[in-house]
Write a protein that binds this ligand. Sequence first.
Ligand code: SAM
Length: 239
Amino acid sequence: VNFGDRLVSPDEKTRRVGGVFSSVAGSYDVMNDLMSGGMHRIWKNRFVAKVKPRSGERVLDMAGGTGDIAFRMAARGATVTVSDINADMLAVGMERARKRGIDGLFWQQENAEKLIFADGSFDAYTIAFGIRNVTDIPAALREAHRVLKRGGRFYCLEFSTSEWPGFGEVYDRYSEHVIPRIGKAVAKDEESYRYLVESIRRFPRMEAFKSMIGEAGFTTTSVEPILGGLVAIHGGWKI
Ligand code: SAM
């Protein structure tokens, strides 16, 4: 499998992705604001508005990292379990929740490819900027389907490829040259940000990813492009 532009074994990829997020955990939130000019907040708000988590619902926020999606869903009254493979990211998230006085969240270290939760445990499954880091994406999608109740919904927020003429090229130049420099200056870690940029470039196009969601068993799959598809919200239902 690919790790950035290198070929590595699946275990090696999972280990290296772990290294990337352990390295960036401490500066993760400020880096998001810097790299996206604050736009990630708008995308996350739009995503949660689409998921429409309600009071009394059980939601699994997979690859939940430092809690950005979970905090927004908890504010709407949902009972949220934040899962992530990386203990350092979760630790930053728990500390943020404590500082903001958000309680009632469950934090659980999990690999999206193989979850401990029973079949039919959740009303909704969300994954934001996480799926492209998962080594075996089809396995993660099958697990999402398994842990959802019948009538449950799947939503994924992820970078994709903008179909606006010219926009993709401008973004490519920005991401290739600017993001690793910000990573070097702020997070003291150029390599990790090179990986993150490369992983966006390699992620399947919107229609291809939508098909993968269908292959995992979901129906009424959908995709909503943001900025022509630079970012995309994919969805699917378990019936
Ligand atoms: N969802 C958060 C957000 O939107 O700010 C965090 C996104 S962060 C870019 C990606 C997260 O995916 C990291 O916290 C990383 O540890 C997690 N991750 C990577 N591979 C994973 C896996 N196989 N299972 C669960 N989480 C994984």
